[in-house]
Design a protein around this ligand. Structure first.
Ligand code: SAH
Length: 343
């Protein structure tokens, strides 16, 4: 029988496994605390009896990610990681330093099946979902490697978190656990390309995270062309789900809009975007599109113009600061290099 992924478990679940062993109930919390303080060897859990450590070794594994490549920006303090997983797959994370602390951008899947036309992560489709423990490990390793406390997490790396719903929610609960990394849900952002049923399920959970929606286009015609998901759930359905989300959680949604020259950056697009978002509790993040090998991404020269139209129309909008421009910090690109060139 295969070993069980203990790092994805809540203390109550660990406790269930220990019941037949007649251990005191507090053992489960001790184990949880060891694991979430970054210990990945049961033998180092010095307050557990030796025979329990042996038992844990024989039945469970502690997930980890291994740093295969580390790139540090010479412009800012951004660090990009290529990690390998237990089964040899690769994912990426990025550590960013902001005024308010350190943020890690994590991946939620190996690859992605959403197929957005401008994105590197989906070029080869989806390989598998990440476990909650693999998501946690990305945060822990980035913190440990730089000897810093991580205060914020964004689920904006490779993959679509709402296409891996249960593990993403489990991750949110584990990473915010007070005996674990204890990163407050208010400091976590989950980004989706618009998986409507997922947004509605998330709304029901009323978690105080920030929901970020990658909208990237003001109408179905353009959005259908660049984001295949729009043919399944169109803009009307997406915005309806966003309104339900706002009603249920009272939280402002953040809309991501990557400006692509000649595709979605005209005055008409800005006006149309302002009109569909009018009256909504939201913020628009304008992102200069990142060039990706194999994708025809043309940077827009109209960022400021686009921003001023939105602002004139009363839409709360800012331009996202670009970090790590010299290290291919937009997710999916490092793994692509690995796949193509073998490094
Ligand atoms: N699947 C989720 C989260 C991962 S992508 C989502 O779609 O939101 C994180 C963000 O990066 C999304 O807003 C995505 O549209 C954006 N993105 C992907 N490729 C990009 C590129 N080449 N330039 C700029 N933003 C990009």
């Amino acid at each position: 029988m295969g070993l069980i992924d203990i790092k994805s478990m809540f203390p109550e679940e660990i406790e269930e496994y220990l019941k037949p062993l007649n251990q005191p109930a507090y053992r489960a919390m001790q184990i949880f605390e060891w694991i979430h303080s970054g210990v990945s060897d049961f033998h180092k859990m010095s307050n557990l009896p030796i025979n329990l450590r042996e038992y844990l070794c024989n039945n469970f594994y502690i997930a980890d990610v291994k740093i295969e490549k580390r790139l540090e920006s010479s412009i800012d303090d951004t660090v990009k990681y290529l990690y390998s997983l237990r089964d040899g797959e690769h994912i990426e994370s990025v550590l960013m330093r902001y005024k308010h602390g350190y943020t890690v951008c994590i991946s939620t899947q190996v690859g992605c099946r959403m197929g957005c036309s401008f994105c590197a992560s989906g070029i080869d489709g989806m390989v598998r979902n990440l476990t909650a423990s693999e998501m946690i490990s990305q945060v822990m390793t980035a913190g440990k490697d730089n000897n810093v406390r991580i205060s914020n997490v964004v689920m904006m790396g490779m993959g679509e978190p709402l296409d891996n719903f249960d593990n993403s929610i489990r991750f949110l609960r584990l990473v915010s656990h007070e005996k674990g990394l204890n990163i407050g849900l208010r400091h976590i952002t989950l980004s989706t390309c618009g998986v409507v049923p997922g947004i509605l399920r998330l709304a029901e959970l009323k978690m105080p995270i920030t929901l970020s929606v990658s909208i990237h286009a003001p109408n179905d015609q353009i959005r259908n062309n660049i984001m295949p998901i729009n043919r399944k759930w169109n803009i009307v359905q997406l915005l309806e789900a966003c309104r339900e989300y706002i009603n249920a959680t009272n939280r402002r949604i953040s809309f991501e809009y990557a400006l692509m020259g000649g595709v979605n950056d005209s005055d008409e697009c800005a006006l149309e975007l302002a009109s569909i978002l009018k009256g909504m509790l939201c913020h628009v993040n304008l992102i200069p599109v990142n060039p990706v090998a194999g994708r025809e991404n043309v940077k827009s020269e109209r960022t400021n113009r686009f921003l001023s139209i939105l602002s004139d129309k009363g839409i709360n909008a800012t331009v996202r600061r670009t970090l790590g421009a010299d290290i291919n910090a937009s997710c999916g690109q490092l793994k692509r290099n690995l796949d193509k060139e073998g490094w």
